[in-house]
Design a protein around this ligand. Structure first.
Ligand SMILES: Cc1ncc(COP(=O)(O)O)c(C=O)c1O
Length: 304
């Protein structure tokens, strides 16, 4: 069986209202309480506050992953706003649409970071931003673009691309023919082997199976994500939703590894397991992971 490999792990944190998000399996998540239904309003309000208090009147850009996994660090500059708090956090319905509108009102361009969500991983769409009904001005992509071969790409409008001609830009590795032919082969394979559809089918199955574990274990606080882009948030108990401490996370992760599956973690407290396996895995592979993860959770609960 192909191991479940995570491309990278960073400690990052969910947005301030993420805890109020419902236990969701699909995006957009339904809202179960009044508080959760207000999440979008509160996120937008917070963004407006950032615009009025923390950045210049005109901003350069807004950088956001369609599902947040990474950190903001790589995108920050003094007049650029970044959303990238991590923990596999999904935005409330319409947030990105409203955020893009506010950014454009401030003169900024909207950048979708598709490094992790792109190339069909979320199942329903080839690009993560499509699920939000927005059209970015710039899209950045990497990782899945060449199935691990070092490659990245930026796609933008002609107008923005023209502005690059004002200065000299070059990259030693830019346009590398080997990388380009690998990227092209990967695109063919995604299409021919219906990899995006596989992400939807196997990912939905995996989300459903993980949701059963959520109902079984007190320490499994939330299962969320889309396709094969899944976060499992671990808590000390479901009432407090306090993050499961790092030692406990490590024990479960190591146990899972010893039984043959690699997973990663993220979120500011490192409390969210990141399940982003190769996009070609089968339902049987997913079931193997669920059995292993179930065992690791059981072992931890017994030891406690
Ligand atoms: C979502 C996301 N965006 C951006 C980056 C940064 O990519 P790079 O390390 O190639 O600058 C990463 C890298 O891990 C990522 O996961």
């Amino acid at each position: 069986m192909a191991p479940f490999i995570l491309s990278f792990t960073r400690i990052s944190r969910p947005g301030p209202f993420a805890e109020k998000q419902p236990q969701s399996m699909m995006f957009p998540p339904p809202c179960f309480t009044v508080d959760q239904c207000h999440a979008n309003e509160r996120y937008v309000q917070q963004l407006e506050e950032v615009f009025s208090t923390s950045v210049p009147n005109r901003i350069a850009s807004f950088f956001a992953e369609p599902i947040q996994v990474s950190t903001a660090k790589h995108a920050n500059s003094s007049n650029s706003v970044s959303i990238g708090a991590g923990g596999t956090v999904q935005y409330p319905k319409n947030f990105l649409k409203e955020a893009y509108k506010l950014v454009r009102e401030k003169g900024g361009v909207c950048i979708a970071d598709e490094v992790q969500t792109g190339f069909g991983r979320t199942g329903s769409h080839f690009w993560g931003f499509q699920a939000h009904d927005v059209v970015p001005d710039i899209v950045t992509m990497a990782k899945g673009i060449a199935n691990g071969f070092p490659m990245g790409a930026v796609v933008t409008s002609e107008e923005i691309a023209r502005s690059f001609a004002k200065g000299l830009h070059f990259n030693t590795f830019g346009g590398n023919p080997l990388a380009c032919s690998i990227g092209s082969a990967v695109l063919d394979t995604i299409k021919e082997e219906r990899i995006q559809e596989n992400c939807a089918v196997v990912g939905t199955h995996l989300l459903k199976e993980l949701a059963k574990l959520r109902d079984k274990y007190e320490i499994l606080g939330d299962v969320r994500g889309k396709g094969l882009h899944i976060g499992v948030e671990m808590v000390t108990d479901k009432a407090s939703r306090d993050p499961l401490p790092p030692e406990a996370m490590t024990q479960i992760m190591e146990d899972t590894k010893d039984m043959g599956v690699l997973i990663g973690k993220g979120g500011i407290y490192g409390q969210t397991f990141r399940i982003q396996p190769p996009m070609c895995i089968t339902t049987e592979d997913a079931d193997f992971f669920v059995t292993v993860f179930d065992q690791a959770l059981h072992n931890y609960t017994e030891r406690r």
